[in-house]
Design a protein around this ligand. Structure first.
Ligand SMILES: [Zn+2]
Length: 80
């Protein structure tokens, strides 16, 4: 199993059958690939949203890191 984030929230005891997956968020004008691709759990996304991430800025979630990076590259190419 891929181990992602070390934050306290992800480590809390809770059932998580899904585990970690890749999330791509909406780029800004200065974003690079690493800024918009991250390995997350569903609980970690909940934490990010509570911290101000807009659900509409989540551009995709992927099992495959390769697909996530492709999606991110496509977004960066098409973002002015
Ligand atoms: Zn976390």
């Amino acid at each position: 199993m891929v181990t992602g984030c070390d934050c306290a929230f992800c480590k809390e005891e809770a059932e998580d059958e899904v585990g970690y997956f890749w999330m791509v968020t909406r780029p800004t004008a200065t974003s690079e690939i690493a800024d918009i691709v991250s390995l997350v759990s569903a609980r970690h996304i909940a934490l990010l949203v509570a911290g101000g991430l807009k659900p509409s800025d989540i551009m995709g979630t992927y099992i495959s890191e390769t697909k996530a990076v492709w999606a991110a590259k496509r977004l960066l190419t098409h973002t002015p």
